[in-house]
Write a protein of this length. Sequence first.
Length: 413
Amino acid sequence: MAKEAWIIDTARTPRGIGKVGRGALAHLHPQHLSATVLNALRERNGIKTSEVDDVIWGCSAQRGKQGSCIARMSLLAAGWDTRASGVTLDRFCGSGITSVNMAAASIMSGMEDLVVAGGVEMMSYTAQLAAQGGGGLLDAGNMKLRELHPQPHQGVCADVIATLEGISREDVDKLAFESQQRAKRAMEGGFFNRSVVPVYNEDGSLALDKDEFPRPQTTLEGLGQLPAVFSNFMPMPVDETGETFDSIVRRTYPDININHVHHAGNSSGVVDGSGGVLLASPEYAKAQGWKPRARIVAMANAAGSPELMLNEPGPAAKKVLAKAGMSLSDIDLFEINEAFAVVPFKFMRDLNVDPAKVNVNGGAIALGHPIAGTGSVLIGTILDELERRNLSTGLVTMCAAGGMAPAIIIERV
C-alpha cells in the first residue's frame, strides 16, 4: 500500500521587483534566494540535512547563474551536509508544483522519506539572458516543430484566447483590480507572515522582508487607461527567418482579428523570488516529532494545445479531482496562477467555480510570478489560508508554456 506524503512546512522569500536597479533582490545570486528558503525550513524544523534524500528544485532559465543544477549548488551554498542530494527540473511556470509532486511521489512510493521541493527564478537576471539572445520561441529554431505547432509569445496567446472566448477588456481589468485589493488586505492583515522569510544581504543587512511588487493604489479607471501591450509584439521578427508573431498566430488562425486586452496591469508581475516545501513520510516525521500541516491527496498533469498554451488549468483540475475521487464542491480554496487575467477568468467560468474561493489573497497580477518558484509559493499560500480560515482542502494549478498544467490537491491534517 502506498505511503502518504506529509507537508511539514513551507517557506518563501518576499517577491522583489524583477528589474536591476529597482528590485531589492536583483543584486543577489539566485542560489542565495534558494539557500534562504532552504535554511528557513532547516532552522524552523530542525532538519538533519545529512538525512535529506533529495532537494528537488524548479528553475526555468537554467543558464549562467541559474545553471549548474541550482538545486545542488543552493543547498551547498546554504551550508547543508554534502550528503544531501539535489536535482533541478524545468516545466516552465509549472516547475514549482511539479517539484512538489515529484517529491511527494518519491515518498508515497516508499523510496524516500525526507525531500525538500521548491523553485526559484530571478527575472531581473533572466531579462539579461534574454537581452543576450537565445531567448527566442519555444521551438528553439526547430522549423519542423514550428510547422507542427506554431507557438507564439504567451502574452499573445492570452489575447488570442480572450478573442476566441469572448472575454472583454472589462472582464480582465476587473479581475486584475480585485487581485490588487485582495493582496492589499492580505498584506495588511499579515496573512503571508507564516511563510515569508526575510532575505538578507551578504553583509547581514536586510534586503527585503515583504512583497515589493503590489500596487494597492491601483484603480479600475487607471487600469482602463493602460495601453494593451501585446499588439506591439505582433510585427516583431522572432528570428532570422523573418517570421513574426502575427504570422505564427495566423498559421493556426488565418482569419483571426485579435482583440488585445492584456497589459502591464492585468498580467503577472516580473519579480525575483523562491519558495520551498518540506515533505516527509509519516514514519520519518513521527520519529522527528514533527506534526504534519497537510497531506498530499492527489497529483496530476494535463496538456493540450501548445498554440494556445494557457488553457490547461481547467483540464488539470478535472484530472486531479478524478484521481482523488472528489468533485469541485469538495475543494474549499483554489489557487490558479494569474499568468494573465484570462487564465483564472476562463477557469472560473468554464468550471463554474465561485470567485470567492479563488486566489483569495490576490495572485501573480498583484504579487508577481517568479516563474519556476511560483507553484511552491502558491502551495504555501493556500495552506496558510486554509489554516487561517479553519478549512480543509485546497487545489493548486497553473498554466505552463507549451500547453501544460500540473495540479495538486492538499488536505490539512
